[in-house]
Design a protein around this ligand. Structure first.
Ligand code: SF4
Ligand code: SF4
Length: 358
């Protein structure tokens, strides 16, 4: 019997990016000599062979309706060269090989209500998740926080007036997306989950919920004759990790789910090691629709950084130089007992380097 042909593999994940790249970028991949920043929102890359390409960056709200997307594509077809690129932080970028096309493109984008900026030493778009739309565990609407904050930081996006680039991140739960940022605005649960014992047996796979808890605070239990779970509230660190596999362990709460602000996170690169975020403000009201309390603190941190940092210092480098006591003074935030990380399990369980431990 003839062997059957093997089926084609199902490709998933990122598609090959080269097929979507501007031809000048494809041609010069790995061959760039230098790049410049002619004005906020515009980058110029020059290749060893002499090719030049200008990139114009505009902010978007990440969740784009089809009409906005069409508008952005029309602008790209008419005034750029038909290629766009979305950055990790939801900025859209257009590439043109003729300098004369840059200004008309900026005018068209601004005329249609988009903001050009977000390059070099500016506050670029906040990287965020939109859990309210697609996820099962959000404790706040991160996109709403982003919209409210960027409305207030629009001039910092448009101009490049910061000592160095500022990356902001938000997350709508406490355990997953959110990432590292110079300033991160994250949900903070302050109470252990409330268990609906009537539902646990039907909805939750109890061993996987027990295994999920990072501090072993969950135990199987029989409640009112039904198999359920119980939480040792003294151990619980209110992380919310049990809520996704077991929705009857409700942790989101209008009053007790708060926002917290962390600063100084930075990924490693060729020149430096990673730096970890540190908590600077906790228990901030999760206050839609404009989140004024969280926005005010972010603005204070940015203002102090702008006034106090040396040129090209990132937020973590600035704080390292001046020290945490002066940082707290400069941003007018109280230092409380909640800022001290005294969890004794941390040394063993939190990886703080890329070394593998056993
Ligand atoms: S931050 Fe949490 S809630 Fe938001 S999308 Fe990511 S996993 Fe879901
Ligand atoms: S909230 Fe976190 S620490 Fe508390 S019981 Fe759930 S998984 Fe464990």
């Amino acid at each position: 019997m003839a062997m059957q042909d093997m089926r084609e593999p199902v490709e998933s994940g990122c598609p090959d990016p080269f097929q979507y790249m501007h031809p000048t970028m494809r041609k010069n991949f790995g061959m760039w000599k230098y790049h410049e920043h002619p004005r906020p929102g515009v980058l110029l890359h020059v290749a060893y062979g002499g090719d030049k390409i200008w990139t114009v960056r505009a902010g978007t709200q990440r969740i784009l309706d089809v009409y906005t997307l069409r508008k952005l594509c029309e602008i790209g077809d008419e005034l750029a060269e038909g290629y766009v690129h979305f950055t990790l932080r939801s900025n859209i970028e257009y590439m043109v090989t003729d300098e004369a096309k840059v200004q008309p493109l900026i005018d068209a984008l601004e005329g249609a209500g988009f903001i050009v900026g977000g390059t070099q030493n500016s506050v670029t778009m906040i990287s965020h998740t939109q859990g309210w739309l697609h996820c099962d565990i959000p404790g706040t609407d991160a996109s709403g926080v982003v919209k409210s904050m960027m409305d207030e930081l629009i001039d910092e996006f448009r101009n490049a007036n910061m000592p160095n680039r500022v990356h902001l991140t938000t997350s709508c739960c406490q355990i997953n997306c959110g990432g590292q940022g110079d300033i991160a605005i994250n949900v903070q649960h302050t109470k252990p989950p409330k268990i609906n014992h009537d539902l646990v047996a039907n909805v939750c796979e109890r061993p996987s919920v027990v295994a999920r808890c990072p501090v072993a605070a969950i135990r199987p239990a029989m409640v009112n004759g039904k198999p359920s779970l119980e939480v040792d509230e003294k151990k619980c660190i209110c992380c919310g990790a049990c809520f996704p596999p077991c929705p009857p362990m409700q942790i989101n709460d209008a009053e007790h789910s708060k926002l917290a602000i962390w600063v100084g996170g930075n990924h490693s690169n060729a020149r430096g090691k990673p730096s970890f975020q540190k908590l600077v403000a906790a228990g901030i009201p999760n206050n839609p629709p404009r989140w004024p309390e969280a926005t005010a603190i972010v603005k204070r941190i940015l203002q102090a950084y702008k006034e106090g940092a040396r040129d090209w210092e990132r937020i973590n480098e600035w704080i390292e130089r001046i020290g945490w006591p002066r940082f707290f003074e400069a941003v007018e935030l109280p230092f409380t007992k909640y800022h001290i990380d005294n969890w004794r399990g941390a040394r063993k369980s939190l990886n703080s380097s890329t070394y593998i431990r056993f």
